[in-house]
Design a protein around this ligand. Structure first.
Ligand SMILES: [Zn+2]
Length: 216
């Protein structure tokens, strides 16, 4: 049994409306935002970049600072191909388990390696105060409305693909992981998803948002 939803219900998105769950677009404007968390990882991330290039797709990579430090050439390749980088903390911290000061400091360490206006909390776990502090430090909080579940070893690539096919819609933010853990599923899931959504008339854009304050 899965212990998480493969989509985020609309009521929950509205409740947590200070965060971005999907991006506003019209029903006719078939755009989706593919996102990749936890890289950059040798082997996996360069392969993802090649897949995206094959479909002229742009995406957003929520990098772990420590992985960015270890893999500067891959980080550079992400930028050179026109994709966006987002901050995913330096050590993949779970917000609820850390003080606000420690959490913010860890996230800001990423800035030694790359700059971004986008932040995604690892595990989707973040305290309101932490989100506000990050926002004051120029970040928009980017969540997702479609979860591929690609990290979950109990799922097949086909299960993951079914989740995407069922829930993706114009403006959706879809989560994948360019990680070793996800690789057994990602290697078939990503090309399948790109092919399916492109045939369905979608284009793939990177998330580009200016910093706007989170209301108190
Ligand atoms: Zn993560």
């Amino acid at each position: 049994m899965r212990l998480y939803l493969d989509y985020i219900p609309k009521w929950y998105q509205l409740l947590m409306s200070k965060y971005h769950w999907s991006l506003k677009t019209s029903k006719q404007d078939k755009v989706v935002y593919l996102t990749f968390d936890d890289g950059p990882i040798p082997g996996v991330t360069p392969w993802v970049l090649q897949q995206l290039e094959d479909y002229q797709a742009q995406a957003t990579f929520f990098a772990i600072g420590d992985n960015a430090r270890k893999n500067p050439a891959i980080l550079e390749a992400i930028l050179q191909k026109g994709h966006q980088l987002g901050n995913h903390t330096y050590n993949h911290l779970k917000g609820w388990e850390h003080s606000n000061e420690d959490y913010l400091a860890n996230a800001l360490l990423c800035e030694n390696h790359f700059k971004s206006t986008l932040f995604r909390p690892p595990y989707g776990r973040i305290k309101k105060k932490q989100a506000r502090l990050l926002n004051q430090a120029h970040y928009q909080i980017i969540m997702w409305d479609v979860l591929s579940g690609d990290w979950d070893a109990n799922r097949s690539a086909e299960d993951c693909f079914r989740s995407i096919r069922k829930h993706a819609k114009p403006g959706s933010i879809i989560v994948f992981h360019d990680s070793i853990k996800s690789w057994p599923r990602l290697k078939t899931l990503l090309p399948q998803t790109l092919e399916y959504l492109q045939n369905a008339g979608y284009r793939f854009e990177a998330i580009k948002l200016q910093n706007t304050p989170i209301a108190e």
